[in-house]
Ligand binder design. Structure first.
Ligand code: AOF
Ligand code: ZN
Length: 383
């Protein structure tokens, strides 16, 4: 049974995780981090890291607490940093403020920043780690995946009929899932820095790829929605067939123009590239792999552009290519109670498997009803 002090610690630590959520989608390449300074059961200061280059969560919480921070416990969702990055080390700020105890949810894994807990302990501060670690790691799964794999986090999102179809044979996909599902699906666009589609999806659906009216249920720790912002819009388009009049180039619901990145294959027609640039896109020519733009080269562009996480929104060939290479980190699927028969599948063009035993296995992390639809989140299991 959890002790009374553990219950108290968990409550304040949860508050730190909730504060971090206020900046979801705004901190890349940094994680979202929240901190709370507490003395005698009373919150003296709270903070969260709002965006890269700005103050860290602990520093803001200490600032708010002022002199009172001496002798306090600071609860923080991520191990305090121990490096001079764009801002000075939080470890030194905590030591200077004279805090008595630091309770950390998840350990830092950025080799440049880690070491905060060791420095605090060496300065005689009591440090505990591991409470709400699972929640804290999940909250920053993009950040932790990038640290681990050295490539962007990829989330495959799709709406399917019960027979696994995402569109009719002619490509009509409007709409598979209900409005309630589509609002939840939009939250993923706010979370990840970029949304990626194949040119086939642009030609078939002409999607705007904006965040309009999201329902933030994917993030249970979120108390209030963060400021809305659109993701960078990326099209994989070997022959530069994206129409310059496509909706994705148009200003979003808040009047802003999101960055558009069109990745074309070497030798794509120059006049089409120019037309896309005139429409406001940045066009990058990439080597081909077979008849398509090299996905490895595309991932490198995402990295260079600071796009630490991408939302794959179709189509089936792109989804299949990413999955086969082992580059899909998570899936978010919306299953509508419909049957289509012939149609486009979630995955197409991949290796044909002989035996059921070879099927790609997933571990389900969420199964929820969303009106009539079923909402699933899953992780490919690593065999
Ligand atoms: C913390 N508290 O609130 C955040 C941390 O360039 P800087 O100085 O902003 O450092 C960024 C790195 O610090 C980032 O990559 C991550 O490892 C850590 N983020 N650490 O103690 C915070 N946002
Ligand atoms: Zn820091």
């Amino acid at each position: 049974m959890a002790s009374k002090t553990q219950e108290v610690d968990e409550r304040f630590l949860r508050r730190a995780l909730q504060l971090a959520e206020r900046a979801r989608g705004h901190t890349y390449p940094n994680p979202i981090v929240g901190a709370v300074a507490v003395k005698n059961g009373r919150i003296l200061g709270e903070g969260y890291h709002p965006r890269p280059g700005e103050a860290h969560a602990e520093v803001l919480a200490l600032q708010q607490a002022g002199e009172e921070a001496r002798g306090s416990t600071v609860y923080v969702s991520l191990e305090p940093c121990d490096h001079f990055g764009r801002t000075p080390p939080c470890s030194l700020a905590l030591i200077a403020a004279g805090v008595a105890r630091v309770e950390v949810a998840a350990r830092e894994e950025n080799p440049l920043a880690r070491g905060g807990m060791a420095r605090l302990r060496a300065a005689g501060i009591e440090v505990a780690v591991g409470l709400l670690e699972k929640e804290a790691r999940e909250q920053n799964e993009v950040f932790f995946t990038v640290q681990k794999t050295g490539r962007p986090f990829v989330l495959l999102k799709a709406a399917l009929t019960l027979d696994g179809k995402v569109a009719t044979p002619s490509g009509d996909a409007r709409f598979v899932s209900s409005p309630a599902s589509r609002r939840v699906a939009q939250a993923y666009r706010q979370w990840l820095p970029a949304v990626v589609v194949g040119v086939g999806t642009v030609l078939a659906d002409d999607p705007a790829l904006t965040v309009r009216d999201p329902d933030f249920r994917p993030f249970p720790l979120m108390l209030e929605p963060p400021p809305l912002r659109d993701p960078v819009k990326v099209v994989l388009d070997t022959a530069a067939r994206t129409p310059p009049t496509a909706r994705l180039f148009q200003p979003g619901p808040r009047g802003e123009t999101a960055r558009c990145l069109i990745l074309v294959g070497q030798g794509a027609p120059k006049e089409r590239i120019l037309a896309l640039e005139r429409a406001g896109a940045r066009v990058v020519e990439l080597p081909r792999e077979g008849s398509k733009v090299s996905l490895e080269a595309a991932l490198r562009v995402f990295q260079e552009e600071g796009l630490d996480g991408v939302l794959l929104e179709g189509g089936p060939r792109l989804a299949s290519a990413f999955l086969e290479r082992g580059w899909v980190d998570k899936l978010a699927l919306f299953l509508a109670p419909k049957l289509l028969g012939e149609g486009r599948s979630l995955l197409e063009g991949g290796k044909v498997l002989e035996h059921m035993a070879e099927a790609k296995r997933l571990s389900l992390a969420r199964r929820e009803e969303l009106g009539e639809d079923l909402w699933l989140e899953a992780y490919p299991t690593t065999e």
